[in-house]
Write a protein that binds this ligand. Structure first.
Ligand code: RP5
Length: 163
């Protein structure tokens, strides 16, 4: 199966968060490639990755980075393939810097921005899967099944009695 989703991150230290995107993609059987691509440390690689993404058949790129997180925005600058940005928690500002760096793209070059951390990584993958599901009934069926499972989990929740 050809690779459909690119999963990139600025450092292997981002993997702890970004693995939650990889796990979702794997669960749904979506072919993806995971790479470390740093906007400021390997800018030439970033350009090459973005410039070859379309020819390689990628449908979306999930990009996670922390701090002055310009990886998603720079990828979006070099390709029209949808870029889904995940703010990775940072050491000093807990990912608020990552979030603002990714979400505040100037008009004209969009990056779809998700929540800081694990939830954002998982949701970026679920969003990419939902995009693919527009043309894949089996993926659509599995997404609906997952929603049903979540619903039933909540409906089965109980709360403790007060003393
Ligand atoms: C960013 O700097 C990366 O995305 C990472 O979140 C952060 C720290 O990178 P390392 O110093 O751990 O390689 O570029």
């Amino acid at each position: 199966m050809s690779v459909e989703i690119g999963l990139v991150m600025g450092s292997n230290s981002d993997w702890e968060v970004m693995q939650h995107a990889a796990r979702q993609l794997k669960t749904y059987g979506v072919a993806f490639e995971a790479r470390v691509v740093s906007a400021h440390r390997t800018p030439d690689l970033l350009y090459e990755y973005a410039e070859t993404a379309e020819a390689r058949g990628l449908q979306a790129i999930i990009a996670g980075a922390g701090g002055a997180a310009h990886l998603p925005g720079m990828l979006a600058a070099k390709t029209t393939i949808p870029v889904l940005g995940v703010p990775v928690p940072s050491k000093y500002l807990a990912g608020e810097d990552s979030l603002l760096s990714i979400v505040q793209m100037p008009k004209g070059v969009p990056v779809a921005t998700f929540a800081i951390g694990e939830a954002g990584a998982a949701n970026a993958a679920l969003f990419a899967i939902a995009m693919l599901a527009n043309h894949n009934p089996e993926l659509r069926r599995r997404l609906l099944e997952f929603r049903e499972t979540q619903k039933n989990t909540v409906l089965a929740m109980t709360l403790p009695e007060v003393d």
